[in-house]
Design a protein around this ligand. Sequence first.
Ligand code: HEC
Length: 113
Amino acid sequence: MNIKSLKCVIGILTAVLLTFCAAASGSDFSSNGNDRKGKYIYRKNCRVCHDGSSASTLSPNSKTQAQWTRTFERHERLACADEWNNQSPAELNDVFSYLYVHAYDSVQPASCK
Ligand code: HEC
């Protein structure tokens, strides 16, 4: 293989890698889900632990919108990642919408008590 075609192969590999990284790091969540449904799902499937019994108390106003975005992007690292995987992507997006729309720095911050 000559230098020119080697450079070409490296170029293609870099492009493929960059595309892959961009896709992997993009956020899967947006706040245009159904926040009312999200509230219901959160109460049913998250608050069972996150009411201060077996895990920390969590409400929409526990975090800012930026913090919720970060938390959802990295949810695989949480202690309860398995619980998240029991929800469908659409359900998680609804939960995200509920938490985000009522976050600490939102126009209508809410606790879920
Ligand atoms: C079986 C119990 C259980 C369920 C159900 C559960 N979690 Fe958790 N979660 C935990 C535990 C335990 C931790 C780690 C200790 C802590 O932070 O309280 C944790 C940690 C977290 C954290 C990080 C703590 C923080 O303050 O940032 C977030 C966010 C979270 N869970 C969100 C959720 C969401 C959203 C759901 C519903 C999809 C959920 N959890 C369902 C037990 C649970």
